[in-house]
Structures are given as C-alpha cells and as structure tokens.
Design a protein around this ligand. Structure first.
Ligand SMILES: Nc1nc2c(ncn2[C@@H]2O[C@H](COP(=O)(O)O)[C@@H](O)[C@H]2O)c(=O)[nH]1
Ligand SMILES: [Mn+2]
Length: 162
C-alpha cells in the first residue's frame, strides 16, 4: 500500500518539478476503524470515525485542506477523549454550498498562485474541496491542546487525490 502511494506521489512530483522525493519514515494514521482498547479499566470496542488515536507519545497527522497547512502532532493520552483527537480541520460548509461558492477555475488558480502542484486527473470535484470550505487549521489545533502537542506545521507543496 505505502509503495503504491509513494509511486503515485513520485510520478506527480517528478513530472511537475523534476524533483525526486526521498522518504525517511512513514506515519500510518487511520481515521475510520474499530479496535478493542482498555479505557477506565475495561476492554471496550472503540470506533473512531473522523477521529484519530493519540495515546501518550503517538504521532498523529491532522490535515488542514488542500493548499493550506497540516500538523504532525504528539498524543497526550487524554483519558476523557478516549485518547482521540480530530482527524482534520473539518468543514465549515457542506460540499453543495462549496460548489455554489467556488468555481473549479478559482480553486486551480488559488493553488497555482501558492505554488501548489495538483496531482489529480479529474478536476470536476475540486471546487467542493476548496480550502475556504474548511475551518482554519490553526484554530482547530489551538482548541485541542489538551489532547495533542503540535510537533511540526507542514506547508502544502502538492496535493494528490484519487
Ligand atoms: N492536507 C489536506 N487536507 C485535506 C484535504 N482534503 C481534506 N482535508 C482535511 O482532512 C480532513 C479529513 O478529510 P476527509 O475527506 O478524509 O474526511 C478534512 O476535515 C480536512 O480538514 C487535502 O486535500 N489536503
Ligand atoms: Mn474521511
């Protein structure tokens, strides 16, 4: 799976900028899965849907939106959240509202002006993914500092979507 993803990323990055990416390590971070975990002294099923697991010391990824920023975070293992935190900035408007508010051309121009490479063959659905249709990632991170500690703020240089 990881090699499929790196091959896809390599293809787009090399074609767009002639740069060969190097990978030092990988972070696997799921946001829709169920697992048996021990909480408050009991083994229970935890289903995280739109949330990630951040036990103490876990590394998590909290993405903002295409063309904005993402955060690498370290978990604090907060028991009250069942050691979970957000899996992204989250939407500020629905996909329908976003399609009515932004055009495909506007979103492509916005990404180009930020020097962001868009690795996506079909562009038809990108208006609904406009970064302005998502909440501000810095505010979202600031609101969950009891759950995670930011480790790195990442600036988008490319977006690859299926
Ligand atoms: N860095 C990026 N973050 C993105 C992008 N599209 C969405 N998002 C953020 O991720 C969460 C989760 O998205 P989901 O589609 O898996 O539910 C979302 O709330 C956004 O904050 C992207 O292209 N790049
Ligand atoms: Mn999702």
């Amino acid at each position: 799976m990881m090699s499929d993803i790196t091959r896809m990323i390599d293809g787009w990055v090399i074609r767009s900028g002639g740069i060969q990416p190097e990978y030092s390590s990988y972070i696997n971070c799921h946001h829709n899965y169920a697992a048996i975990e021990n909480h408050y002294g009991k083994n229970v099923w935890v289903h995280r849907k739109g949330a990630i697991r951040v036990r103490e010391g876990d590394t998590g990824i909290i993405p903002g939106a295409m063309g904005s920023y993402s955060y690498l975070v370290e978990g604090k293992g907060n028991a009250e959240s069942f050691t979970s935190c957000s899996h992204g900035a989250g939407r500020r408007m629905s996909r329908t509202k976003a399609r009515e508010s932004f055009s495909v051309e506007e979103v492509i121009t916005d990404l180009k002006s930020g020097g962001v490479v868009l690795g996506k063959n079909s562009k038809a659905d990108i208006a609904e993914e406009s970064r302005y249709s998502y909440k501000d990632i810095d505010t979202v991170i600031a609101n969950e500092l009891d759950l995670i500690a930011p480790v790195k703020k990442l600036c988008t240089i490319g977006v690859v979507k299926g």
